[in-house]
Design a protein around this ligand. Sequence first.
Ligand code: APR
Length: 173
Amino acid sequence: MARITLVQGDITEQDVDAIVNAANSSLLGGGGVDGAIHRRGGPAILDECRRLRAERYPDGLPTGRAVATTAGDLPARWVIHAVGPVYSRSEDRSGLLASCHAESLRVADELGARIVAFPAISTGVYRYPVEEAAEVAVGAVADAETEVEEVRFVLFDEPTYRSFERALQEARR
Ligand code: APR
């Protein structure tokens, strides 16, 4: 089981083996974490995303799946692009959010990544309530069979950090 740590900060500054991107199915960039990663990582990331679309995912990367590219100019070696679910009040999509984490760790294992940073996937543009998302994210990482030694959740603001802190305490009971 991976050690889980929490940091409040900017995921693009993390000097880790891989950072997970809160991407969308197009893999062609966006706002939030996605925008920050592409802006700081440079065009090499998008070039590889375009190739992935052309060669493996002509219809886009499905929700809940993850795929790796270079991290370009970022301190990390790889970016693992994961597509989180858009929140729905009528449908429980927590399984898809959990899958983003399990799949990202599976991809990390294929790469040989040992330290992996995650943002709070789906809690921004995709409007997933942070308390619920934190429980799902921490639970999925705690349950994962992985060679990854450290999973670092990098939270952009204090309220999100606090939600993950509570979820981590719950998981450790
Ligand atoms: N470092 C860490 N966390 C960040 C950063 C950053 N540089 N920038 C934003 N965040 C946080 C947000 O505050 C939020 O808590 O990441 C979390 C996820 O928010 P989004 O980036 O909006 O991602 P998500 O909700 O999964 O929506 C994905 O948004 O940017 C588009 O292309 C993306 O269509 C996709 C959608």
